[in-house]
Design a protein around this ligand. Structure first.
Ligand code: HXC
Length: 512
């Protein structure tokens, strides 16, 4: 037995070396962790149980029968992160470029089935040259299985992709089917790379400009977090997991409650009364949530809306807030896409939504109309109306027109709606309204400019306040900003067991 055990241990050791010391060192020299180092950094010490170390591919052509491909280029297994189980896969670039052969992908798919069966999150660390070219259609068959499982897992267990190296071609669609993409600045994601683009269209572009982390954060909106390196990506992944439940049948863990819900007089100074002045809504968020701890999602994309996770009294919440500092906080195509997907995620995973409103409307313009703002803006209405988690809305300042409704108004099923005294809940701003409704009267006046100002003020007195909405029951209370945290915390406690039944159907047909 001793010999057999020694042989086994030697075989395990060798297999764990992946593509060998030389390639591992090359990876480290490039400033990257290896596949196994990434797992070690992510999971609780000693919790990783590898599955499939000795799995082999079954292709024989192009030297695949003799090629040394430990674990078929992907390390898979189960582990614990912050004490809770996950299933994971980590592609090993040192083994045939981490390319996804049939067995490689079927191993990944098997972990995903495990995640679904056991109700654990699934984390996939990507670092791969894409479909293993030597395996032809077999590699596509494997990838197809991964896509299929991605969709089955969707809305059932959280799926997080870390992009730590190349993620090219169709392979990029697996991360796209997951809930969150964390991309390092050493990684690239694209369907067709710079060389192919040059051949086909003649356009010249660098890999960074096309598929680098910053491009996908600020231009395409493909990724949700940018990390300088693997270490940072893993820290983000852990933090993100801490806000999430294990699956759609559970609530997120209550962590580190901060029962400090006394009044915060300084909250009164966060929002300028003058509606034309911008401010950073993240200051309001920080003051509202536990320990000022806010994990912003897609911070560099559609910055006119802010989304992210935080806690109030230890409970996870999803925050959606207009950002008056950027484009006056207007809703446009990208902001609608960004926020509506986030709302859908929070709803799927039982995370209450707290919406902070200061929105002048939907962005006017030919480009927005041509780009389908009707279709995209409707996603906000759909996502909020469909969400049955606790929905708490605080109107800070402007709440105009359709955008007021789209930011989780009472009519879209908000459970608790508060307004600050600075709130203006109206069909449009007083200036615009006066120009339309009182045009004849202004034109006929002796001093049109003065009369215009009078009528604007008159309109404002009636409609541009929170009190008309409060009188109609469209806001539950007009509150002192200083008590906002207490109001939201108390509403959350009451709503936490909220149950809302909807008619049974296969699925709705939201705008896409
Ligand atoms: C097989 C691959 C491979 C692949 C890389 N390798 N990609 N083997 N299939 N797709 C191998 C290389 O031959 C090399 O083997 C080793 O991995 C390391 O690759 P290098 O090129 O030396 O590394 P680097 O210079 O860092 O370049 C990385 C790379 C490049 C940018 C990813 O390798 C590359 O462009 N690969 C091809 C990408 C691609 O076209 N993939 C198919 C996309 S189509 P040795 O033995 O020399 O170490 C696709 C279809 C859809 O994915 C699939 C899902 C639906």
């Amino acid at each position: 037995m001793r010999k057999q055990v020694d042989d086994l241990l030697a075989a395990r050791k060798e297999a764990r070396l992946g593509g060998g010391e030389k390639r591992l060192q090359k990876q480290r020299d490039a400033g990257k962790m290896t596949a196994r180092e990434r797992i070690d950094a992510l999971v609780d010490g000693g919790s990783f149980q590898e599955i499939g170390l000795f799995r082999k591919n079954r292709t024989t052509s192009f030297g695949m029968d003799t090629a040394d491909m430990p674990a078929d280029g992907v390390v898979t297994g189960t582990a614990a992160v912050l004490g809770r189980p996950i299933h994971l896969a980590s592609q090993d670039f040192t083994v045939v470029g981490g390319s996804a052969g049939e067995t490689h992908s079927l191993k990944v798919a098997e972990m995903m089935r495990g995640a679904l069966k056991c109700g654990t999150p699934f984390v996939f660390i990507n670092d791969s040259g894409g479909a293993r070219i030597q395996e032809g259609i077999d590699s596509l068959h494997g990838y197809g299985a991964v896509f299929y499982e991605n969709v089955k897992l969707s809305g059932t267990v959280p799926q997080i992709s870390i992009i730590a190296g190349p993620c090219a071609g169709g392979a990029a669609y697996s991360p796209a089917l997951t809930d969150f993409i964390i991309q390092t600045r050493k990684a690239h994601m694209f369907i067709t790379g710079p060389n192919v683009i040059k051949q086909v269209t003649g356009e010249e572009v660098t890999a960074d400009a096309l598929g680098g982390a910053d491009a996908h954060q600020s231009v395409s909106g493909v990724n949700h977090f940018v990390a300088d390196d693997d270490e940072q990506a893993i820290l983000i992944c852990k933090k993100l997991l801490s806000f999430l439940p294990q699956n759609n049948t559970e609530d997120a863990p209550i962590l580190d409650p901060d029962p400090y819900i006394e009044d915060d007089p300084e909250m009164r100074d966060t929002v300028p009364v003058d509606g034309n002045k911008g401010y950073d809504v993240r200051e309001v968020i920080r003051r509202l949530v536990d320990h000022e701890d806010f994990l912003e999602v897609q911070a560099g994309y559609a910055m006119n809306i802010v989304i992210g996770f935080a806690r109030i009294n230890g409970r996870s919440i999803g925050v959606v807030a207009n950002q008056p500092q950027v484009m006056a906080g207007v809703l446009d195509i990208n902001a609608s896409d960004k926020a509506s997907k986030f709302v859908r995620f929070c709803n799927a995973f039982n995370i209450p939504l707290v919406t902070l409103v200061d929105v002048p409307g939907f962005l006017p313009g030919v480009a927005q109309e041509a780009g389908g703002i009707i279709r995209h803006g409707a996603k906000m209405l759909y996502a909020y109306s469909a969400a049955t988690v606790p929905k708490i809305t605080v109107v800070l300042r402007k709440a105009y027109g359709g955008a007021y409704l789209a930011m989780c108004a009472k009519d879209l099923g908000a459970d608790s709606v508060y307004a600050w005294p600075t709130a203006e809940i109206a069909v449009m701003g007083a200036e615009g309204a006066a120009s339309v409704v009182f045009k004849k009267e202004i034109d006929a006046a002796e001093d049109p400019a003065a009369r215009r100002q009078e009528l604007i003020q008159e309109y404002r007195n009636v409609y541009s306040t929170p009190f008309m909405a409060a009188a109609r029951g469209l806001v539950d209370d007009v509150i002192d900003p200083a008590t906002t945290r207490r109001n939201v915390a108390m509403a959350l406690e009451i709503l936490i067991n909220k149950r809302e039944l909807r008619p049974a159907k296969k699925h709705g047909l939201g705008p896409v």
